[in-house]
Design a protein around this ligand. Structure first.
Ligand code: BTN
Length: 244
């Protein structure tokens, strides 16, 4: 089921309220909004876009995985977005764990929240589609599809395609309960594969070579003779020369 809203605080928050009001189904529920007046990004940041200029939606699912494994589905959604854009001849990359980038700039962000009381998870996706310009403070690191391709995107078709790919990819995850069947495809999309990255670990920043992901979606970073596993919740990773 898809609920289309003109305005909401945040599509993630809307779904949280539906869950708190007792919505509990095995079927995926999707909410879209033309405008969010309190859109949320990762790490407590806000996510601000002009009405109608971005595709913003959240899905709520009850995954057949333990909640601790649900962070894998964030990577799965990133791959679904990448595949849907690729079907429209828009080639993008993934900056681990779940940013979609084009020409070194961010095009899409994903915010996943787990509801431990109900076992549901909410995956919120914001894709910069039809913005004609980026605010000055974001213009070095963010972009839109229109800015990159000169083409406007039809939000309904893109959403349908993302949800189709997400469903197909989730089936593959449920076959093995991990990302082993998707790892190769995800790694092909990974912009930093075999490149030098900086891991912004709160316990100490370090550099290393990105070697890909393991079957649970943790980033593998080679530091000398050691391979460190980076868990998405704890840290962020940058290319050594900038955002990507
Ligand atoms: C990020 O910081 O990269 C994540 C951004 C996620 C934005 C989307 S827009 C739809 C959904 N609702 C929100 O409030 N946030 C997510």
């Amino acid at each position: 089921m898809i609920i289309n809203l003109d305005e909401v605080d945040s599509t993630n928050e809307y779904l949280k309220r539906m869950s708190a009001d007792g919505y509990d189904s095995d079927e995926m529920l999707t909410v879209t909004a033309q405008y969010q007046n309190s859109g949320k990004g990762r790490r407590g940041r806000s996510w601000v876009t002009e009405p109608g200029s971005a595709l913003m939606f959240s899905v709520m699912i009850k995954p057949r995985l333990s909640l601790s494994d649900c962070s894998m589905l964030t990577l799965v959604m990133a791959l679904a977005v990448k595949k849907a854009l690729s079907d429209m001849d828009i080639e993008t990359g993934i900056k681990w764990p779940n940013d979609i980038v084009m020409n070194q700039k961010k095009l899409c962000g994903i915010l996943t929240e787990a509801l431990s009381e109900t076992g549901q998870i909410i995956i919120g996706v914001g894709i910069n589609t039809n913005q004609e310009y980026m605010p000055e403070e974001l213009s070095q690191t963010a972009t839109s599809i229109l800015l990159q391709t000169d083409d406007c995107v039809d939000h309904d078709s893109l959403l349908d395609s993302i949800l189709f790919h997400f469903d197909e990819l989730c089936k593959k995850v449920y076959e093995t309960n991990d990302l082993s069947l998707l790892k190769e495809e995800y790694e092909q999309a990974l912009v930093s594969k075999n490149g030098e990255v900086t891991v912004l670990d709160p316990e100490g920043e370090y550099n290393g070579i990105c070697k890909g992901i393991d079957n649970t979606g943790q980033l593998l970073v080679e530091c000398g003779n050691d391979i460190k596993k980076v868990y998405a919740g704890e840290v962020s990773v940058r290319g050594i020369y900038g955002y990507v």
